[in-house]
Write a new protein. Structure first.
Ligand code: BGC
Length: 248
């Protein structure tokens, strides 16, 4: 058993996870992301969540953040408070939670969860998991090994940051039809496919629930399937990684 915390733009969510099945033990708890989502404010929310779940000191805790985490530190933050830049997540959480945590990127967490328990379970080769939300997150996993912090949502395509054109958030913000949005996804996935020649794409994020509206419109050589864990993937992946990399 381990605990996962998933920090998102609208909510911070946590649960205890059974690592044999990748399912929650008990309920998931959630607190709105503070309006000013500074590192201190968010760490305070994480502490409250651990208290609500009564997570014991011996339980590994993983924290997923919507930013790359390079040796514990956040080099830049695209869609949460900019004051996260340069923060050492591991030290921040140790101060506020009084225990060691494992920090990782949110899409990396989702990717690990899909490989361990979901749509990419037992699939050999190169798997690319993308999460379509406010931004575009990516996880590249090769024969079970994660290449962390790939940030493929920020590929520059046709002069634009890819997520500023093709994220699910942009579909809503620009009121795009599924067909128009699928055209943008086509451009995006075809480019990633050309660069990586993956064996499988897995599409996560809230909008993967509506996959039948846009996945059939895509024309790629690579199989592309919806994620299976949906909104539990970030928490499950964070818990999974914490249990594998526990430090004291
Ligand atoms: C961030 C990534 C994150 C993705 C999804 C991007 O803007 O740079 O780190 O994984 O959004 O949240």
């Amino acid at each position: 058993m381990a605990c996962g915390i998933d920090i998102g733009g609208s909510g911070v969510k946590s649960a205890l996870v059974d690592l044999t099945t990748g399912t929650f033990i008990g309920e998931r708890v959630r607190i709105d992301t503070p309006e000013e989502a500074t590192p201190e404010a968010v760490a305070g929310v994480c502490r409250q969540l651990l208290e609500q779940l009564q997570v014991g000191d011996d339980v590994p805790v993983g924290v997923a953040l919507p930013a790359p985490i390079v040796h514990g530190t956040v080099p830049f933050m695209a869609n949460l408070d900019k004051s996260w830049t340069g923060v050492n997540l591991t030290e921040l959480m140790r101060e506020h939670l009084g225990r060691p945590v494992t920090g990782l990127n949110d899409a990396d967490a989702a990717g690990l969860a899909e490989v361990a328990f979901g749509a990419a379970k037992d699939v050999p080769g190169t798997i690319i998991v993308t999460t379509l939300g406010t931004g575009i997150g990516s996880a590249v996993i090769v024969d079970g090994t994660l290449v962390p912090n790939t940030e493929l949502g920020h590929l520059e395509i046709d002069g634009y940051d890819a997520e500023s054109q093709a994220s699910a958030g942009q579909r809503t913000a620009q009121d795009l039809s599924w067909k128009k949005w699928a055209k943008r996804l086509q451009r995006y996935y075809a480019h990633v496919e050309m660069l990586f020649s993956p064996d499988l794409f897995v599409v996560g994020g809230g909008v993967s629930r509506k996959h039948e509206k846009y996945l059939p419109l895509l024309d790629l050589k690579t199989p592309i399937v919806p994620a299976q864990l949906l909104n539990t993937a970030g928490i499950v992946g964070a818990a999974y990684q914490a249990s594998r990399t526990r430090t004291s």
